[in-house]
Design a protein around this ligand. Structure first.
Ligand code: PBG
Ligand code: ZN
Length: 322
């Protein structure tokens, strides 16, 4: 008889043979910065997650530093939105101002800037709209301007989440042309048109005003296409590739991480967070155990970086577990 239970007899024995461990060094924490003053708004569908104005951001930054989280992903919400999302590439825009502030206060925190137009456009789509169609190639130019503006503000990582074709190559060239050769590109490569983004659209005020994102984000049914998207982003110069969302797409992450010898990120998205919080508030699950189980599964499936709204609480729980 094969006695697998022999290696499960004590905590110390289980520790000794454990294949996967999550560390707070793996975690990246998303933050929402809103234009204005003295704002701290809780996102109703994401308990514990707030929109902060830059003047209130230190409260959150100090919490991040105290937990020992060393990387963040920043989303900005401008006061004024328009058809072309011009605040996205305004060097004095809310996101750029926040990045400069963070880099001044905590120069060692790795700052990733989400690059997409949907938080900045009046129609809420991720690119330039003609009629009801999002124009790919015109959008590329704006994404390039936005990326350079974020890099100039001090972003260490540019994270394009728009799903336009050719954006990684275009952004790489735009950054290199102005000398930002060391700015990292973390591409949202296999980003699916998912219902799990619902709560985020409240947090980032970025819901599309008509239609949906299925003409640019991927069909959830397509695994082979996800591999082609990832391969293309690698060819175009991505430094880190991402699969998003996480839990319903771990098969993609596993296959991709076995196929490509690259750093992989996975995004544990807003809807995944909201489900855990809702069940926790009802007393239906053990939150800490569920979160650590989910994060371990993401790591086991091949993630090097886990972007998660649970990062701060998980950092504390992981410390306790030691
Ligand atoms: C912007 C963007 C979205 C997310 C990250 N960047 C929303 C979307 O594509 O509609 C989702 C993040 C989350 O749900 O936590 N394009
Ligand atoms: Zn978008």
């Amino acid at each position: 008889m094969k006695r697998f239970r022999r290696l499960r007899t004590s905590e110390a024995m289980r520790d000794l043979i454990r294949e996967t461990t999550v560390s707070k060094k793996d975690l990246m924490y998303p933050i929402f910065v809103i234009e204005g003053e003295n704002i701290k708004n809780e996102v109703s569908s994401m308990p514990g997650i707030y929109q902060y104005s830059v003047d209130r951001l230190d409260e959150e930054l100090d919490r991040i530093a105290a937990c020992g989280i060393k990387s963040i992903l920043i989303f900005g919400i401008p006061k004024h939105k328009n058809e072309m999302g011009t605040e996205a590439y305004n060097d004095k825009g809310v996101t750029q101002t926040a990045i400069r502030h963070i880099k001044e206060r905590y120069p060692n925190i790795v700052v990733a800037a989400d690059v997409c137009l949907c938080e900045y456009t009046s129609h809420g789509h991720c690119g330039v709209v003609h009629g009801h169609y999002v124009d790919n190639d015109e959008t590329l130019e704006l994404l390039c301007r936005m990326s350079v503006s974020m890099a100039k503000a001090g972003a260490d990582i540019i994270a394009p989440s728009d799903m336009m074709d050719g954006r990684v190559g275009a952004i790489r060239k735009a950054l290199d042309d102005v000398g930002y050769i060391n700015t990292v590109i973390m591409a949202y490569s296999a980003k699916f048109a998912s219902a799990y983004y619902g709560p985020f659209r409240e947090a980032a005020d970025s819901a599309p005003q008509f239609g949906d994102r299925r003409s640019y984000q991927m069909d959830v049914a397509n695994g082979n296409e996800a591999l082609r998207e990832i391969e293309t982003d690698i060819d175009e110069g991505a430094d880190i590739v991402m699969v998003k969302p996480a839990l319903a797409f771990l098969d993609i992450l596993k296959e991709a991480s076995l196929t490509y010898n690259m750093p992989f990120a996975v995004y544990n998205v807003s809807g995944e967070y909201a489900m855990v919080k809702a069940a926790t508030q009802n007393g239906w699950i053990d939150e800490k155990k569920i979160v650590l189980e989910n994060l371990t599964a993401m790591k086991r499936a091949g993630a090097d970086i886990i972007i998660t709204y649970h990062a701060l609480e998980a950092a504390i729980w992981l410390e306790e577990a030691l």
